[in-house]
Design a protein around this ligand. Sequence first.
Ligand SMILES: [Zn+2]
Length: 412
Amino acid sequence: MRRVSVLITNIGELVTNAPAGGDGPQGAGPQGDGQRGDRPQGAGPFAALADAAVVIEAGQVAWTGSASRAPSADEVIDAAGRAVLPGFVDSHAHLVFAGERGAEFAARMAGLPYQAGGIRATVAATRAATDDQLRANLRKLAAEMVSQGTTTFECKSGYGLTVRDEARSVALAAEFTPEVTYLGAHVVPAEFEHDPGGYVDLVRGPMLAACAPHARWVDVFCERGAFGRDEAAAVLAAGTAAGLQPRVHANQLGPGPGVRLAVESGAASADHCTYLDDGDIDALASSATVATLLPGVEFCTRQPYPDARRLLGAGVTVAIATDCNPGSCFTSSMPLCVALAVREMRMTTQEAVWAATAGGARALRRADVGHLGVGARADLIMLDAPSHAYLAYRPGVPLIAAVWQAGERAAT
Ligand SMILES: [Zn+2]
């Protein structure tokens, strides 16, 4: 079969986040042939080209550079001055669930005190749902994400909390993404209320054994009221021994040991990071653990935002993600999270877009996505706008004009 190449040209701004040694400044010089087929090395810092073009071929980025030097291709798309970016990488989402909690959200916005047990309502609905009901909900949310420019997403279990329901949750997630996370340690379910140790034994024993074949990651909600340091460490150690890689829900509701546990465990990411002390920041800055910020949660719960500037100032690698879930943040929109990161966490537009693309890729230890260096997977979005800054400048406006996943046009 003949390989079809596609040239997207007349791009007003092409955000590449290309790794060093990839594109030259302003796309000077041809690149591509010598590197094609090499293993991509992962994103570099934020980088963009003006008046640019990109060639995609065989599902990968084959060339980037100045539009005036673009090679010919089988198919040509005129971007008419619009911006092209790497697809968003949403590295934190909880999409396997049934039911909804709109009334709980409305009550919270009306100022009524939080009624504990919200998660338990979702757990009950999830256990009662059929596989097809869970699959249909997951398909709908995954389609929502693609239509908003997300081309890679992570998906956690954590609303089943029995061996059967966690195992089917990770198996269903694996139908939609390779980035599947086993989160049996989300909360202690009601039936173990008086035996939390027994639940931890289940999570790191038979439940892990049933879930590990379908998952890449193991996660734990390390927080007062959920799982303490020793329990969380035991879950992560068992998951690692089963071949999974750790990530941690850390320091969301108050100070705690989660961030340092994440660093000590070699976790790819510590997520939330809302309440950090100097020791937490130092630990993150001297590690490969990404701080994944989830500003949609603070927006939807009226909690204080994490201090992104302090993290960035210390040299910590920062990602942003949606945390899409039916309780604390029911948005699947990375453009909204970019806008919140800029407006509420004082990230620059460049920092926020990098965190939503290359940062997410780092948090998932993926070198092939989050950038448009030669050899990257051809996951691109075209904005109906001339620059990446419009994602924050025009909040709430549907700016995603086109999406490519592995070089194929996705429905938007
Ligand atoms: Zn979460």
